[in-house]
Design a protein around this ligand. Structure first.
Ligand code: HAM
Length: 413
């Protein structure tokens, strides 16, 4: 049997139901805050990701699905959305529009990581990006949106924030990190030994136990921020308080992508195991310029759909039919279909028996599909303009007028 590729999965109806719910909540909160949807290609020139995410990152070095196409171009399946939004922002001259330049997106991303709970090779991100404004108030607003969305779907999480400084102050911090780790070179994993020269910040992001243990005594970026970054960070925190968004500071958070400047943040959730970030993002003031655009700042975040699904309280989301209409014989069919049509058109979920079998068989079927109520309709009921409504959980049943069915079913919740 041919199976799906490792780390790629089918999304079956039950899960799609949860995903639709999550997505519609995200869309309504993003749109209320002024964001508009943008949909971008899954395939991009590899160079886009080399220049944005960074050549020394794990994503670019180990995880991209890259191939040469028949025309000789090097292409990659997108490992994240930000780089593509930035490319589209430049390519379509969106910066010339009046703004605000606020865009959100949803779609599959691809990273060849080791699959585990909450980590796939094809996963879906819901993300947003906001261009043109570089103020602490913009950062606080973006973090507020992330917070509001996670709250709206009742997820337990902690918001962690940090600043990774700017090209002015980060080199000083990198020097301090190099000094610290050089003394512990033998305790570092092979990857981190080579990261030390190229990109020491990445060592803080290493998931290996030995490297992780060295982290806690490492120099903290907060002690190396320039005046501008320091004041910016203080203001972001102040405005988060104004927005009533609770957060904790994590001065060792650096994020796995190279494009960040100043504010970075992650929403961390228990119950996800090692892959505990359900959403993350930050400011990237130099990215538009680095990809060939004007000097335009940006900030954004992305959430992992699969992780959101894992965290959702699933009990509240059952796709059970509200009713199963039991039509007793051909003579009741016309009236039965009229009732069925009215109920499903009003938004109630319903099923009926296409073979019009006997009562016992149909009740069994109603039970099997998990219907909350069975509605029983025979000639006798039709003559009285009634149906029998049976609660499938406790077996109680009574007659009600046909015109009241919709109200009774809706009231039952
Ligand atoms: P990221 O931290 O790499 O950031 O990914 C964001 C979220 O995507 C993670 O917090 C996680 O929930 C989900 N995710 C990442 N990798 C996987 C995976 N292999 N399987 C399942 N879920 C995954 C970014 O991608 C940035 N583009 C975020 C951003 C937007 N920064 C600024 N704007």
């Amino acid at each position: 049997m041919i199976k799906a590729v490792k780390g790629f999965k089918d999304i079956l109806p039950e899960e799609n139901f949860l995903r639709s719910f999550i997505l519609s909540k995200a869309k309504s909160i993003f749109e209320a805050n002024g964001f508009k949807e943008i949909t971008l290609p899954i395939l991009e020139k590899t160079e886009l990701f080399l220049r944005s995410i960074g050549e020394a990152t794990d994503i670019v070095q180990k995880e991209m699905y890259t191939f040469e196409d028949k025309g000789g171009d090097m292409l990659s399946l997108r490992p994240e959305g930000t780089a593509s939004v930035v490319r589209a922002f430049i390519e379509n001259s969106l910066f010339n529009s009046a703004g605000p330049h606020k865009y959100y997106y949803y779609g599959p991303m691809f990273r060849r990581e080791r699959p585990q709970k909450g980590r796939l090779r094809q996963f879906y991100q819901i993300g947003l990006e906001f261009f043109s404004i570089d103020t602490p108030l913009a950062d606080a607003h973006i973090i507020f949106i992330l917070y509001s969305f996670l709250q709206s779907i009742n997820i337990d999480f902690t918001l962690e924030i940090n600043s990774v400084g700017c090209p002015l102050c980060r080199p000083e911090y990198e020097r301090a990190l190099k000094l610290y780790y050089k003394e512990k070179l033998n305790e570092l994993c092979n990857d981190c030994q080579s990261r030390l020269e190229k990109n020491p910040l990445r060592i803080l992001d290493c998931k290996k136990e030995s490297c992780g243990a060295l982290k806690k005594d490492a120099p903290k970026i907060i002690d190396y921020l320039c005046e501008e970054c320091k004041n910016f960070h203080i203001k972001v925190k102040q405005y988060l308080n104004y927005f009533n968004v609770p957060f904790v500071e994590n001065h060792l958070m650096v994020r796995g992508l190279d494009y960040y400047t100043k504010t970075v943040f992650e929403a961390i959730a228990g119950g996800l195991g090692a892959q505990n970030a359900v959403g993350a993002g930050g400011r990237y003031n130099n990215l538009v310029k680095e990809i060939g655009g004007k000097d335009i700042p940006g900030i954004g975040f992305a959430l992992g759909m699969e992780r959101l699904v894992l965290l959702l309280d699933k009990l509240k989301f059952e796709i059970r039919p509200d009713f199963y209409l039991i039509i007793l014989g051909e003579s009741s069919l016309k009236k039965g279909l009229e009732i069925f049509k009215n109920l499903v058109n009003s938004g109630l979920k319903g099923e009926f028996d296409y073979q019009i079998r006997g009562l016992k068989n149909q009740l069994k079927k109603a039970d099997k599909v998990g219907a909350k109520f069975a509605l029983i309709l025979g000639e006798e009921e039709i003559n009285k303009d009634e149906v029998i409504i049976r609660n499938m959980e406790n077996g109680e049943q009574k007659s009600i007028e046909i015109k009241n069915i919709e109200g009774v079913l809706n009231e039952a919740y």
